[in-house]
Ligand binder design. Structure first.
Ligand code: PLP
Length: 390
């Protein structure tokens, strides 16, 4: 009944766990949800007010398919201010979130016969974005002890004449890893003089804790096949507003705009007005959230590393930790794999996590620390109890 295309993708594992948590909560269970990929803070008040005002001002109709000029200008201003990147308006496309931007870009650049490099552990959607185009996702190993930077021997082996794309996500979901400039320069060097598009998914660019963020396009000044993807979702606690944007080669931007015009008409008009306030208004809430996330990161990493047999690197960004629990797993053990552990935490302790295998990281479990200090403390107590029981 269905096309081959739809058979190539699977449901998002992270959204499935979020739904599971909602069901348990609806059944009256006191769940601690550490599976979420969104800030637990409200959208800042100035942005909410701008959204309300947009409705009263009549911003309730279709906008140009690729977003309003005002919002493109705001995105250009933001990237110039924060990333020292300078784009013209025809090099920017506004979409319905970063996910939509990445999906569109894969659709216009990749097809059957192409290969696209994805670093493992990876965000759950990357392989599906690639597979749905008919192209083949090719996974490259990373080194957990170096912020999950690439294993360059593996990368060199995996780049072939069919490679058309390399997707980088630093800070990363699920690991929180932030790559050093040298690692990025090395990837760019390998991509140079080829037909390879480098995607930089920068949706966590404002959430780095140990160094300031450098956009990949900034490091790649002489390489013009870099597409930058940013989003209002995580930076401004605006996940439900659905605004993201792509910056790069204007031919790619135009093709993505054509696809978007025929699939969604335009991003939400009200959210576009609110996003202008987000990108160009008062930025103090961004810093406030960052400081809070850093405290939580330090807490959760410390708690996990105190547990017997658990190893957790200190990730440089985002709001996830990806500890290794493999010493608690085994063929003959009660817990055989990441999924068993994630399910045990869910069923026995009402702590919702996402199993590492969903991200290509068997042996690990992803915890989001976008949760209150109290929830984090209780969840860590429960994880400790669970490890003593298994
Ligand atoms: N990229 C990564 C790595 C993410 O984790 C997410 C969301 O979880 C996105 C992109 C997409 O976010 P949005 O579509 O809300 O901008």
């Amino acid at each position: 009944m269905f096309s081959d295309r739809i058979g190539r993708i699977s449901p998002s594992a992270t959204l499935a766990m979020t739904a599971e948590a909602a069901d348990l909560r609806a059944a009256g269970v006191d769940v601690i949800n550490l599976s979420v990929g969104e800030p637990d803070f409200p959208t800042p008040i100035n942005i909410r007010e701008a959204g309300k005002q947009a409705i009263d001002d009549g911003h309730t109709r279709y906008t140009p398919g690729g977003g309003t000029k005002d919002l493109k200008r705001a995105a250009a201003e933001k990237m110039s201010r924060d990333n020292d990147l300078h784009y013209e308006l025809d090099e920017i496309l506004i979409s319905c979130g970063g996910k939509h931007s990445l999906y569109n870009a894969c659709q216009v650049l990749f097809q059957t016969g192409d290969e696209v490099i994805i670093f493992s552990p990876f965000w759950v959607s990357f392989p599906d974005f690639v597979a749905v185009t008919g192209a083949k996702p090719v996974f490259v190993k990373t080194d957990a002890h170096r912020q999950f930077e690439p294993d360059f021997n593996d990368l060199k082996e995996k780049i072939t004449s069919n490679t058309r794309g390399i997707i980088i996500n630093s800070p990363s979901n699920p690991t929180g890893g932030v790559w050093g400039d040298n690692a990025i320069l090395e990837v760019l060097n390998l991509a140079k003089n080829s037909n390879i598009w480098v995607f930089s998914d920068e949706c966590y660019e404002q959430l780095t804790y140990d160094r300031s963020y450098v956009s990949i396009a900034k490091l790649a000044e002489s390489y013009d096949k870099v597409l930058t993807f940013q989003s209002c979702s995580k930076t401004y606690a605006m996940t439900g507003w659905r605004i993201g944007y792509t910056a790069g080669d204007k031919r790619v931007i135009k093709a993505m705009g054509k696809l978007q015009g025929q699939s969604t008409s335009c991003p939400n008009a009200i959210a576009q007005v609110a996003a202008i306030e987000a990108l160009t208004g008062d930025q103090s809430e961004v810093e406030r959230m960052r400081v809070e996330f850093k405290k939580r990161r330090d807490y959760i990493v410390d708690r996990l590393n105190r547990m017997d047999g658990v190893s957790c690197i200190t990730p440089g960004g985002a709001f996830y930790v990806f500890p290794d629990f493999s010493s608690h797993m085994g063929e003959d053990a009660k817990i055989k794999c990441s999924n068993d552990l994630s399910m045990y935490l869910l069923k026995e302790k009402s702590v919702v996590t996402v199993s590492g295998d969903a991200f290509g990281g068997e042996g690990h479990v992803r915890f989001s620390y976008a949760a209150s200090n109290d929830d984090l403390r209780r969840a860590m107590d429960f994880v400790e109890d669970a490890l003593n029981e298994i």
